[in-house]
Design a protein around this ligand. Sequence first.
Ligand code: PGA
Length: 237
Amino acid sequence: MKYFVCNFKNKLTKDDVIKYNNRLSEIDVKMVNLVIVPSLPFLTFFDKNGYSLGSQDISSFMDKTITGEVTGEQLKSLGVEYVIVGHSERREYKHEINIDFINKINNALENGIKVIYCIGENEKDKEDGNTYMVLEKQISEVLNNVVVKNIIIAYEPVWAIGTGKVPSEKEIKDNIEFIKDIIEDNYDTKLDVLYGGSINKDNIASINAIKGVDGFLVGGASTSVDSLESMLLEIEK
Ligand code: PGA
């Protein structure tokens, strides 16, 4: 079953998430493995009825005396099953680097939480023809230092996130194939690879048809249940 991961970022308020959860219970989700990833304070507002819960962050420290941090143990105690690590917004705005991702992944895996590790080239990398080099580096510098198990890769070209721009079907297919080959060759295992970046109800069917796409990481278009429902209907057609 394909993954459908809804990354709400920091968009919804308390009233919004309560309404969202209520509306979600009216939708029959059977064709995808739906993962709802709200802001940390709202994790408990989602009842996990027919879907799983993910976190947008996890502490990179083992120490339990750090103000503002949320540990893997705490997330696990809330029934969180997934955590997003390495999102380009965390790389850009929070200056997170490989050692943070390695520690976060270890903290998640030690608590039985699956990791959605995000990678992707930026516009300049793409223009300079460096996409493969960048993807390879983002994979090896992190995955060489963790146990490569219970990890899902999200391929999210930075230039496609929240911009309305989407790579060609060939680009998505080739880049996901490249990622899968590296993982198989270097870690002797297979990992699912999601596509993320400006997915909406008009393009999801064609992205769904691309070979190698094991699911979706959706930001903006997932923050309304109507839009989520339309995207799910497109996949189920
Ligand atoms: P977007 O975001 O769907 O709004 O482009 C995707 C993401 O950031 O995961």
